[in-house]
Unconditional design. Structure first.
Length: 398
């Protein structure tokens, strides 16, 4: 009895072993599939641009100080907006205070989208540099190469970028000569300037620096001309989508619908009532203004710009280098950014002010970025930026 039992046990072991061996490849295949799925999920995750922040324990002191500052300027100076501070690619502080819609009594939140005003110009400059890198234009090209009927000659792309073109103010032309019942868009304004009876050059191209909204609306028009896309579509495809700036867009008044969380600008009336500021004849033109974004999206933008995700290092250096007149005098502007070298520290920045929106983005040499967005006609953006910087310097150490 023992011997047959012994053989039965041996037979059972052999059968079981063969089952395990034949099943093993399936298990390995399943394991490989799982690994592949895992790798895919990691790849997808890696493509998501996440906002990195410092630990609360490290930022507790600076947060307390900046929270106090936010409450104070809201109460004393009618500041309704947001502040984001980052250093070495990580967020140190991000918060907002105040009201988004005064009629509905809706508060601002992280998704509130602000008109960037002249901070929009850096996106226009980057778009031009992308076209340069693709060999679709040169900085020495003149406007008349792309718009043969443009009435002002010998103005180069570089003149426009550095604000040394001498172009007249399109605001004045639109406000005094445009007779249609809708505001002109870029194409219409370019055509209208060709026929204007009053538009005249302020000075010959390259002679001196004179901040020009006209120059940047012309640049955006050139982007449209070359790319055969609207400026909105070009920026969306080449900047917003790659950087996952999901709450950013170009807005042309009367041509685009109001989007979710898109703020309006306000002004204070008699010290207590907030009046909404409506659109004007100049608000359908884009390139000099009319990009909307959150402060978090703006951080994605500046980080992506500085890390080579949008343009090359050599193009970035051009953006961050002072231009010069034809006489060799330096001007306080690169491409889309103001450049301040009055102190030992080089500051690359831009402020904006339009229809109740006050905006600012400032970069310092120790990789400190300060972004401030506001929509109730706040008037002390430069002073506030300096206060924020001082608090961060005193209360935060990387």
């Amino acid at each position: 009895m023992k011997s047959p039992l012994k053989y039965l046990i041996l037979l059972f072991i052999v059968v079981l072993s063969s089952f395990i061996l034949t099943s093993k490849p399936d298990k390995l295949e399943h394991s490989k599939k799982s690994t592949a799925i895992k790798k895919d999920s990691i790849t997808v995750k890696d493509t998501v641009i996440s906002i990195r922040t410092y630990a609360d324990s490290k930022t507790k002191s600076v947060k307390k100080k900046l929270d106090s500052l936010l409450k104070r300027i809201n109460k004393r100076h009618d500041f309704h907006g947001s502040i984001l501070v980052a250093q070495k690619g990580k967020v140190v502080y991000q918060n907002h205070v105040g009201t988004a819609d005064f009629r509905k009594k809706k508060s601002l939140n992280k998704e509130s989208v602000y008109q960037l005003a002249s901070v929009s110009k850096q996106f226009t400059a980057a778009s031009i540099l992308m076209l340069v890198e693709r060999n679709l234009l040169k900085l020495t090209d003149t406007v008349t190469k792309y718009y043969p009927n443009f009435p002002f000659k010998n103005i180069t792309i570089k003149h426009l970028l550095n604000h040394t073109s001498g172009l007249p103010k399109y605001f004045w032309v639109a406000e005094h000569e445009w007779k249609e019942n809708h505001p002109p868009n870029n194409k219409e304004m370019m055509r209208f300037i060709e026929t204007s009876s009053t538009a005249a050059m302020f000075f010959s191209p390259g002679r001196r620096f004179d901040y020009s909204n006209t120059g940047y609306f012309v640049l955006a028009s050139i982007v449209e001309n070359i790319s055969k896309k609207s400026f909105s579509d070009f920026v969306q495809a080449n900047i917003f989508t790659p950087l996952q700036m999901n709450n950013s867009f170009v807005y042309s008044y009367k041509n685009n619908p109001i989007k979710e969380n898109q703020l309006s600008g306000y002004r204070l009336y008699r010290g207590w009532r907030h009046l909404k500021i409506g659109g004007t004849v100049n608000d359908a033109v884009v390139g000099d203004k009319n990009i909307y974004a959150t402060n978090e999206d703006l951080f994605k933008w500046i980080h992506g710009l500085n890390t080579g995700k949008i343009i090359s290092k050599s193009s970035l250096e051009q953006m961050y280098t002072k231009g010069e007149t034809k006489y060799g005098r330096k001007v306080p502007y690169g491409f889309g950014f103001r450049i301040d070298t009055k102190t030992d520290e080089k500051v690359i920045y831009h402020f904006g002010k339009w229809n109740g929106f006050s905006t600012g983005i400032s970069q310092y040499e120790d990789d400190l970025v300060i972004i401030i967005l506001e929509h109730t006609s706040y008037r002390a953006m430069g002073t506030l930026t300096k206060k924020v910087k001082r608090i961060v310097k005193n209360k935060f150490d990387v």
